[in-house]
Design a protein around this ligand. Structure first.
Ligand code: URA
Length: 186
């Protein structure tokens, strides 16, 4: 697929996501949030799920966590437009609760895996345990594995914290910053 074909395929998926009714999260969302960025991005970023502002706007990581993520990326010379940013579930869980196992599974199979195949990034950054659990089907201790790059089925994944956790604790913010610094070398 060339870049134009990738962009078209992603837009078709985005349209499907905006109209998705495959799980209960569609009942309470305002807007589904497909994700955005470069169709042929070398780096795909996967968060947990949309928050209140993302639900209102239909855009990923536009709240406090997103601003923090942008600032961390800027520190290593990366602009979000050069990446593709999405989340494990595309619709906001009510009250920002953690997405349930069936919601993660349904969204992964219907949307996240096809997005990943289409973009075919060199590296996938998994932000937080929910993204790790969804994509790798593993629940490691982040304290032990953060900063690791693991390979599964020929794809590389960087495991790190969710920016929201970094906003809550300075030491986590420092670990997240250090983990993302490896991107300057990717
Ligand atoms: N947190 C996420 O995991 N995804 C978003 O889009 C926003 C906040």
């Amino acid at each position: 697929m060339n870049r134009q074909q990738q962009a078209e395929a992603l837009e078709l998926m985005a349209d499907g996501i905006r109209h998705c009714g495959k799980c209960r999260l569609c009942e309470s969302r305002t807007h589904a949030v497909p994700g955005e960025g470069a169709a042929d991005a070398a780096i795909l970023v996967v968060g947990e799920g949309p928050g209140a502002r993302e639900d209102r706007t239909g855009r990923p990581f536009v709240g406090r966590s997103g601003r923090f993520l942008d600032s961390l990326l800027a520190e290593i010379g990366l602009d979000r437009g050069s990446l593709f940013i999405t989340s494990a579930v595309k619709c906001r869980p009510p009250g920002n609760r953690t997405p349930r196992a069936d919601e993660l599974r349904i969204c992964r199979e219907a949307w996240l895996v096809p997005q990943m195949s289409c973009i075919d990034p060199e590296l996938v950054i998994l932000l937080g345990l929910t993204a790790i659990r969804s994509v790798l089907d593993e629940a490691p201790s982040l304290g032990r594995v953060h900063g690791d790059i693991v390979e599964r089925d020929g794809r590389r994944f960087l495991l790190t914290y969710h920016p929201a956790a970094g906003l809550r604790a300075d030491d986590v913010a420092e670990r997240l910053r250090a983990d993302l610094a490896v991107l300057a070398r990717v």
